[in-house]
Ligand binder design. Sequence first.
Ligand code: SF4
Length: 359
Amino acid sequence: MKVKKSLFSFSLEEMRDYLTENQFSRFSADQIFNWVYKKFVFDLEGWSNVSKKIKEHFLENIDLSLPKIVWNGLSEDGTRKFLTRFSDGQTVENVAIPGKDRLTICLSSQVGCAIGCVFCHTGTMGLKRNLGSGEIIGQFLSITKWLKENVGDDVRFTNVVYMGQGEPLHNFANVKQATKLLLEDKGIGLGQRRITLSTSGLVHQIEKLGDFPPVNIAISLHASHDNIRTELMPINKIYDLKRLFSAIKKIPLKAYRRITYEYILIDGLNDRLEDIEGLDHLLNSRESKINIIPFNEYPESAFKRPSPEKIRWFQKELLDRGYITTVRVTMGQDILAACGQLKSELEKPNLWKKEQIMA
Ligand code: SF4
């Protein structure tokens, strides 16, 4: 069977070239982009100014399907979690996180994940497969469409984080292409500072970030000593802190940009004074921002969340040492939509308090 290329994996220039190669007008690419990315019209019938010949050609040669939203749950704090299914039946989870002046979508880059961080629900799945760039953009489009139809026509995502299922740099080429598409002016049109790529520390791929659009970078650090990091993230056996930081130093940072270090704070494990001193030793306060993520417990999780007093103390010690340090407000915990809790679990709907099967 012929494998069709996804409509949502083309950049504008690639679409123009594709149309030209197939003897169609180059200009139609702009019209198609306008229908898809500005008006969210995915049904060819609705593309009123696009020629019948192009539509016939697309029906035969291009994959026009969007992933399907098969479940969604709304948390008490407004966070909405989605289970999104691709044409081969594989599913990933996405989260839409409302903020004061933003709406962030958390995208998945893989089905499952090979990295196996021990604190992460997704990590227990193993890696099933990479997602194509069209499938990554498809998550953005499907969920936007769903929100427009079910919440309000003015709903618009302002920010994207690659913090769903998967290690984005393990799927470098497709995530790179998807990021270019998120930035495309005549497409989704997000700014570089509105996109955050989060990595567990795949050193050989971090070294290639010079060849990646200049978006925000977040490093999942989680420990400042090798023995603890290895316990939490098996990848540290291969890429220890020394190798990781020698690669991070080579990331081309635009002026005034910082790298965010994600730090899951776990009771009694990495919340001690020597962990703070270790961070101070590793990081440079002018170039680093630390985001403390108090551990989100999930069914059968082996770790505990520190007390609020301990979290405040940890943050203050870092602030006193000159680091911009935030504590992530946990959102969506009642529906397992918080960081590290994503896992495709349609077979266990009892984990979700607000189940709502959509299809
Ligand atoms: S935290 Fe990220 S990199 Fe680690 S197992 Fe989970 S999804 Fe993979």
